[in-house]
Design a protein around this ligand. Structure first.
Ligand SMILES: [Ca+2]
Length: 444
């Protein structure tokens, strides 16, 4: 062993991820516990589901090795490193890839197979990769914008940068507060805040974000802190580390949004002497349980967690509504010589037995490859609104015939131009109709 190798071996420690977030499903820490008999499995249809691994700093790994659970001997995965996609095939349950660049965020996406992942191993790092360190606590806030399922304070601690707490009082958020009460006291040396609404630059600009805040620990004297007006994380060191369990953050001054008066914080983390500390709250789990109760016995129940795809091949639409109130849909269209790929994701809520509402962002990539075409263009915008969700058979023959007539005159015609879209063939299919989302889909 060379001196360098010895030094490296001696310095082996644990590397804590900043975030480890599954799109759905519980027990995500099992993919990093070193045991092949424990694993993570998404809820519902596995295709399109996945896990986000985000490191504190860019990493230079030698390889990423994935081990499927027993029964997942073959599967196709996409490993997306900071947006760069590598295909990985599990053979005899194993597969790996070696990104040849530094990256910070990996999205492991299931393309086929059972979706059960037993282990993910990162080689070439000076330590073992671990889930974020956590401390359990409760959060309360001065107000929440309606609907709370889209904006509740638990979203400040869910590891997702695109979900946050949105206050719901009149005004622009000055005087609003949040309190975090930890089960066990922690010695906090800094706060880390993802300021404003970081779902997209559009969301960030249009909503209010804190500028000056006061932190009070266990009712002690307030510590004044100031945030920069930018997205990404920002670490706010305290003048000295303070041990406590009740942390109250009051918003004293905001930067006003260009469109909305709502103030947003996307993510909050503590730092103690060992590094970042994630706060584990029950909000997201409780709301997922409440959603299951809400849709129980209703037509929506069969759709939650299921993968819905277009009835007609030309439709090119895939929709997923998850029980944790997140959704994603993918739509590919062609207009003349321009091909358009759209991904829409965000939060969804139940509006009624026959309608949902979406709150999200639309990421649109259009490609025009003609010699004088506009090339590749990418835009991200706020989108959402109500969407009627009705089974064809519940709509009835006459109403469905009227709908077909209307759709055939517009862009939705590609959803109904095939034999499978006839009333008799499409009985169990679902009509989705709204500004952000329209199509005829079925669970496959
Ligand atoms: Ca969040």
């Amino acid at each position: 062993m060379t001196l360098l190798a010895m030094a490296a071996a001696l310095s082996l420690g644990d590397i804590y991820l900043q975030s480890l977030v599954p799109t759905s499903g519980a027990g995500i820490d099992a993919v990093l516990d070193g045991k092949i008999d424990t694993g993570w499995k998404p809820e519902g249809t596995p295709i399109g589901e996945g896990i986000t691994f985000r490191f504190e700093e860019p990493v230079d790994v030698k390889s990423v090795e994935v081990q499927g659970c027993a029964g997942s001997e073959t599967a196709e995965l996409d490993l997306v490193f900071d947006g760069f996609r590598r295909e990985v095939t599990l053979k005899d349950g194993k597969g790996k890839t070696s990104p040849s660049f530094k990256w910070r965020t990996l999205f492991l996406k299931v393309e086929s197979g059972s979706g059960c992942i037993a282990e993910v191993n990162f080689t070439g790092l000076a330590g073992n990769v671990k889930p974020p360190r956590t401390v359990h606590g409760k959060v309360s806030v001065s107000s929440v914008l309606t609907p709370a399922d889209a904006y509740h304070p638990g979203y400040m601690f869910d590891g997702r940068l695109d979900f946050g707490w949105v206050e719901g009082s009149k005004g622009t958020g000055e005087g609003e507060w949040l309190t975090i009460t930890l089960d066990a006291p922690a010695t906090v040396s800094a706060l880390e805040i993802w300021n404003g609404y970081q779902r997209s630059p559009d969301h960030f600009q249009k909503n209010c974000r804190p500028k000056k805040v006061t932190l009070s620990i266990d009712g002690g004297e307030g510590i004044a802190l100031e945030l920069a007006d930018r997205d990404g994380p920002q670490k706010l060191p305290l003048p000295k580390a303070v041990k406590g369990s009740a942390f109250k953050l009051t918003i004293d001054e905001v930067v006003k949004g260009s469109k909305y008066t709502d103030m947003v914080i996307s993510e909050v983390r503590f730092h103690d002497e060992q590094g970042p500390l994630e706060i584990d709250t029950d909000d997201v789990k409780e709301r997922a349980a409440a959603l299951k109760t809400e849709v129980s016995g209703k037509p929506l129940e069969a759709l939650v967690g299921a993968r819905m795809t277009s009835v007609c091949p030309e439709g090119q639409l895939t929709v997923k509504l998850r029980s944790n109130h997140t959704f994603a849909f993918y739509e590919d269209t062609t207009r003349g010589s321009v091909s358009i790929n759209e991904v829409v994701d965000g939060a969804w809520i139940v509006k009624s037995d026959k309608a949902i509402e979406l709150f999200g962002r639309r990421q649109k990539i259009s490609v025009d490859d003609r010699p004088y075409g506009s090339g590749t263009r990418e835009t991200v915008q706020i989108t959402g609104g109500p969407v009627n969700v009705t089974r064809v058979k519940d709509l009835g023959k006459d109403a469905y015939a009227k709908l077909l007539e209307k759709w055939k005159k517009g862009p939705a015609k590609r959803h109904v131009g095939c034999a499978g879209a006839s009333f008799d063939a499409a009985g169990d299919a679902v009509v989705l109709e709204g500004v952000a989302l329209t199509g005829l889909v079925t669970v496959r």
